[in-house]
Design a protein around this ligand. Sequence first.
Ligand code: AMP
Length: 575
Amino acid sequence: MAKVYGIDLGTTYSVIATLNENGMPEVIENYEEDSRTLASAVYFQEGGDPVVGEAAKAQAEIEPERVVQFVKREIGKPDATVRNFEGVDYDPIDISSLILKRMKEYAEVQGNDEVKDVVITCPAYFGNEERTATKQAGQIAGLNVLGIVNEPTAAALNYCCREFGENRKIMVYDLGGGTFDITLFDFCVDDDGKATIDVIDSGGNDRLGGIDWDARLYDYICEQYCNENGLSPDGITPELRAIIMRQVEGTKKLLSKKANHSINISYEGDVSRIEVSAEVFKERTQDLVEMTMDFVRQILENNSMSADDVNVVLLVGGSTRMPMIKEAVESMFPGKVRVEDPDLAVAKGAALKAAIECVERVMEKSQKSGNGGGEPTNGEGGDTGYGSDEDMPSFTQEEAEQLQKIIPQKVSTVSDKLSRSFGPAVWVEGNRFMVDNLLFVGDDSPSEATETYGTMADNQAFVKLTVYENVGKDKVNDKHVTPTYDENGDEQYTDPALKVKKLGEVTLELPPGIPKGSPIKVFFRCSAIGLEVKATNPDTNETVETVITSENTKTQEEMNEAIKHVASLKTSSDF
Ligand code: AMP
């Protein structure tokens, strides 16, 4: 049977899952490393294939200049680091594509099946550019990316497909290697027994995760080492640092299981024995735990809820294996905390989402062709991209019907919410332009909106539609956000509070002689796969459209080049 796949592309570890013949999500083993996860690290050995996984991660201590890690923190962001190996530039999108390619390769060997149709997960707070960049990484790896789904949503879906039941409010507390996400969901079952999972709200910090706990443990071990050996902190040489660093993560994981652990640090012929207790580790990281709990309190407060209103709290992400996390969450939500598969749940949920998405799209397409070939279901001008061929699953209708038979039928809709607001810059007066938000943070994803504007002057030759992203939440107060041009006509699109960011622009040529105030229809549609923008002259029906990409993602030309280059490489797990 044809398969779909879900991928959790993590900051520190990544996981790939699929559905078994009973429709249950299963993680595909990274068999060469005897692990169900893959370290998100790439080592560029001289003159050989890129090495991805634990061996690459370990090599970071020896040849840090040839190992790239934690790229998820930079993907789709301005000023992302570009590294050059063997004359080829690699940005975070390229590095992510190599991690995805490694997973594709080992999953193909394990499952004896081509890995093609996937859903990839990302943190809930990722904006349009980070999502587009993640999708591009998948495409470069040779994958057909059906969608990008929020990690907490995937975890909630995985839980709800198993633990069906009555309506409830679910909180997902997701602490991974480098990021922290908190999301509130509403799980609702209707009279027909069909369920929907809706995001109520989300928050988090993209600079808080397991590596911060590692850093505290490293500091503590160094302190102990210095005390024992009468050394000042300046006495820690790079070599000694590497020796200690190598012990840190393993020690942290052991302290999740036992009260004490002693490590031996052997350096320049001497061996120092350092004792670390779980209690001291907890003391040294209490403020980090509190930082996460502040987000929990904040999200409850923002939604006028108390801990009593939440029915279940799911702990997701490898770092929630630390007992101190469970204790802190349990103390606020007694008896409501569930810890199941914390580092695998997201990939499993993504596989379920891929199956739901695949069946829905193939069926929708077959219905459309059945009713005369192409009645649009979305937007006002035809297919808008969500169901366009580019993102269609590679499934035949027959294969989709087979898949439909096995997937858990009960959860029919899983809606993500937009993590950003979007709007064009519109002229207000003089030289002043404001962003007129059409789509808002918290709207369902996909969402779309149409607005008609007037031209600014007689005989206007063209309309330049500039598209902005921001975090304005309030539909009334944030409808019009910051001027995009100041009184002097200078562009100024950085409002630190609303994080206004220019995403791109399209230009619609106009016929000669049209009067001021002539209508221009503008259409925005945002889904998990990107933002589509159209501008139409209703008199001529002339339309320009674009799927917004930006400087922080790749152009079509760069994509073609990267696809060709990555296809010529083979990744390996060792060297
Ligand atoms: P994720 O991004 O969800 O894969 O989480 C990876 C993070 O979880 C890394 O920082 C790991 O060190 C951490 N982690 C995994 N297992 C454990 C464990 N048993 N105890 C503490 N931290 C862990």
